[in-house]
Ligand binder design. Structure first.
Ligand code: ADP
Ligand code: ASP
Ligand code: MG
Length: 452
């Protein structure tokens, strides 16, 4: 039987009526045997707010009651068994308890435990909504299979251990159960709850699809597929019917929020086709992501990542020296900072860093320990409030006229840095945050709207 894993994002499980749309998608396709859900829309953001150092008692009680309200709206439509109501209340009490515990000890272990409760609540409620349609719906605690390391806030999955657990605990029951489980969360080898980083439910679903050797993975969200750019930003953005793994991975990496950047990796490893569609309008179709897409256009999409930081490093020691960059990268690796773009000159190196690579609890990217370590080697200048915009396509370095087309559209904007050539699939520019939306709009117009 061709097995399908389906993932529903936050807006898809935001309330009872949205959950009903998802349940219908699942029961209409008997091949869907595993359903991965995010926390209901707004819940994880509120849980993150609870972890912030300056949150007051008043904020805490307001946030907790907002979260409770979201869940109670869903509960009010279901004749839920006492055990489900009790479990939900226990989860709400745990939110209260853990957020208070953070006042004394802002531990990453407690933060992940707290953040995991959004998905724990939504999966509990969604299972009940599914039971209105099929008795096969079975709540499954993903932590029993989602084995990770102990990097709280952005834990790394252990692919082999996950495959082993999935084979033992899920595969034998896959024909008689429709498993409803949590995205975003996992468990380390000491039994502690971990999270995979913001937006990580897509990644969870892909990992489960990989472990189950699925036929396909469906990502159900609030847009009818992957578009030529964020349809919320550009009205003329067009849906893409089919796209290659390479292009989709580039889009996700460069900020197309519709997919978490790590989602494509497990799909590539097992050659699992991925569908992206809207849970509100499944009939509208969507995007298929496949190893080989039939069309390979020069320009595929424009993606944007906000909140970019530029580090300008200056050192005279760099002049005719060896190993300077190695030292800098060793420091960045020690502080678990990943670098995106890099340009160098005789005595300067500029690097861009991305907030997306940071932890679930949104801690500051540049810690004072990192800055101290860097300052031992060079003079450091930090520029914030930048945005990275990527033109995604095929064979970009080997086509003439690309630079001309792109920069012709950008005459009114200051381009802080560019990068092109390393990948066949992108051309990146760094601009001021205040210009970012407009730059995406003019680029989209230049590369997509003016084309017949
Ligand atoms: P979910 O909660 O379902 O995971 P997300 O909010 O994470 O949903 O992702 C969906 C959003 O991604 C859309 O609402 C859209 O604004 C944004 N997005 C950004 N770039 C693109 C793109 N190229 N195509 C489609 N959506 C995009
Ligand atoms: N609930 C988590 C978040 O908001 C994971 C996800 O939705 O993918 O980041
Ligand atoms: Mg998402």
């Amino acid at each position: 039987m061709p097995l399908v894993v389906a993932k529903f994002g936050g807006t898809s499980v935001a309330n009872f009526s949205a959950m009903q749309n998802c349940a219908k998608i699942v029961v209409n396709n008997p091949d869907i045997r595993v359903v991965v859900v995010s926390a209901a829309s707004g819940v994880t953001n509120r849980l993150v707010e609870l972890t912030q150092p300056r949150v007051t008692d008043e904020d805490r009680s307001r946030i907790r009651s907002e979260i409770t309200q979201i869940h109670h709206e869903i509960l009010s439509h279901i004749d839920a068994p006492a055990l489900v109501i009790e479990t939900l209340e226990n989860n709400h009490q745990r939110i209260e308890f853990l957020s208070e515990a953070l006042v004394l000890d802002r531990s990453k272990i407690i933060i992940d435990e707290l953040l995991s409760l959004g998905e724990q609540c939504s999966s509990l409620l969604f299972t009940e909504v599914m039971k209105l349609h099929t008795q096969q719906a079975t709540l499954f605690d993903v932590r029993n299979v989602m084995v990770t390391d102990s990097q709280f806030g952005k834990a790394n999955p252990d692919i082999e251990a996950i495959a082993e657990q999935v084979t033992t605990l899920m595969a034998p029951k896959i024909n008689e159960c429709v498993f409803v489980t949590q995205g975003f969360i996992g468990r380390d080898l000491d039994g502690r709850t971990t999270t995979l980083g913001r937006g990580g439910s897509d990644f969870s679903a892909a990992l489960l699809a990989e472990a189950l050797d699925s036929h396909s993975l469906e990502i159900w969200t609030d847009v009818a597929g992957i578009y030529t750019t964020d349809p919320r930003l550009v009205e003329t953005a067009r849906p893409i019917s089919e796209i290659s793994f390479d292009e989709a991975a580039e889009m996700a990496t460069f900020g197309a929020k519709v997919l978490h950047p790590a989602t494509i990796l497990p799909a590539v490893r097992q050659d699992i086709q991925v569908f992206v569609g809207s849970s509100k309008a499944p009939e509208a179709g969507g995007t298929w992501i496949r190893k080989n897409a039939e069309s390979r256009p020069l320009y595929r999409a424009v993606a944007m990542r906000r909140e970019q930081t530029l580090l300008n490093l200056f050192s005279l020691n760099m002049l005719h020296a060896q190993g300077f960059l190695a030292e800098i990268f060793a420091i960045l690796a020690k502080h678990k900072i990943s670098v995106d773009l890099i340009t160098t000159s005789e005595v300067n190196v500029s690097l861009t860093l991305d907030k997306l690579g940071s932890d679930s609890d949104e801690k500051e990217l540049l810690s004072s320990a990192l800055m101290d370590d860097l300052a031992k080697n060079c003079t450091v200048e930090v520029e914030k409030d930048l945005a990275l915009i990527a033109v995604i396509g095929n064979d970009i370095p080997n086509q003439s006229g690309v630079m001309h087309s792109v920069f012709e559209a950008l005459t009114d904007f200051n381009v802080r840095m560019t990068s092109q050539g390393a990948s066949k699939h992108n051309l990146c520019i760094l601009v001021d945050r205040k210009d970012a939306d407009q730059v995406v709009q003019v680029l989209h117009q230049q590369l997509f709207d003016n084309v017949a």
